[in-house]
Design a protein around this ligand. Structure first.
Ligand code: CUA
Length: 338
């Protein structure tokens, strides 16, 4: 081999190296499991159990058949015909064992495990939350406390929360990978899913059913807090909007009520009672804008108000025509809605 041959890239070697990187990436990501494989809710833990069961059974079957394949390839040659009848018996055993007995055991145990997991999933619950899917955001209503919010859902830890799922337009799917399984939101039908968070935290939720151009930006957050903190949150959220207190907030409030904003959004305690877009009564308490498209910060908020289509093309909010001098006041008012 001359030195030139060493420098010539070998495509097969390149592919092999690519596969190696992929494996390395997979192994590294496995070190920091997230999502459905890092359950923080009893439903998700049960589902993750099924996943791991399938993984280990699949891995065992794979390794077993690799061993059989290796044995077939590497065993000494020339002995096959020595005892034809014995050979035929071995073949029959392989076909019956590997083709019938093993699949019945593997699939039967998987079926049994699945069934027991299905029965172990949490059901019902005393805390009721109504979640309604819209293109492309989530309305979250607390019927007992009597208020509505959007894209952020607080729940108490170690409590079964009965989530009733509705849709106003097309089929969406409600999924909080760390807390529970997926469930569709179907127009004209109410589905239910019970969430039970075992640890406090903020958990990403997303729409898991293609519902249009901004399906990927239809996210929400489930915030699990201690029951005492949850009660305090309910109390605060049930109150009408605060203010406006300062001259800027008052001017911003005036701008909101006299522009197209009030036609689509509700701010409880004000004349704004629109129902087309998310309720904004305690808007400034939310972490995200546009169902997870950008952090709820002044710069993004200004961009969103003036032309949300730039941040989230295809969402249903039209650009708002607001005088450049009044925009900062409008933002100040929105930021006061705590
Ligand atoms: Cu809603 Cu996808």
């Amino acid at each position: 081999m001359g030195p030139a041959r060493h420098r010539r890239p070998c495509p097969a070697l390149g592919r092999l190296r690519g596969a190696g990187y992929l494996l390395l990436a997979a192994a590294l990501s496995g070190c920091a499991l997230d999502g459905a494989l890092a359950p923080r809710g009893s439903g998700a833990a049960t589902i993750a159990g099924v996943w791991w069961y399938m993984f280990w059974v699949g891995a065992a079957v794979f390794v077993g058949w690799l061993a059989v394949l290796g044995w077939g390839l590497l065993r000494p040659r020339g002995q096959e015909a020595a005892d034809a009848e014995h050979e035929a018996r071995v073949h029959r055993r392989f076909i019956v064992g590997g083709g019938i007995v093993l699949p019945v055991i593997v699939l039967g145990s998987l079926f049994g495990y699945n069934l027991s997991a299905l029965l172990a999933l949490p059901r019902g619950g005393d805390v009721v939350v109504d979640v309604t899917g819209y293109q492309y955001w989530w309305e979250v209503a607390y019927p007992e406390a009597g208020f509505v919010t959007a894209n952020e859902m607080y729940i108490p830890t170690d409590t079964d929360v009965r989530v009733r799922l509705h849709s106003e337009d097309v089929i969406h799917s409600f999924w909080v990978p760390q807390l529970g399984g997926k469930r569709d939101l179907v127009p004209g039908h109410v589905n239910e899913l019970t969430l039970r968070a075992t640890e406090p935290g903020r958990y990403l939720g997303e729409c898991a059913e293609f519902c249009g151009i901004q399906h990927a930006n239809m996210r929400f957050e489930v915030v699990a807090v201690a029951p005492v903190e949850y009660d305090a949150w309910l109390d605060r959220m049930a109150r009408p909007a605060p203010g406006p207190d300062t001259p800027d907030e008052r001017a911003g409030h005036e701008a909101f009520m006299t522009s197209s904003c009030a036609a689509c959004h509700t701010i409880r305690g004000t004349p704004a009672e629109g129902r087309l877009g998310p309720e904004l009564t305690h808007f400034a308490r939310r972490e995200w804008l546009g169902a997870g498209v950008a952090p709820n910060e002044r710069g993004h908020l200004g961009g969103w108000v003036v032309d949300s289509q730039t941040l989230k093309p295809g969402n249903l909010m039209p650009p708002v025509e607001v005088d450049a001098r009044r925009l900062p006041q409008l933002l100040t008012y929105l930021e006061s809605l705590k």
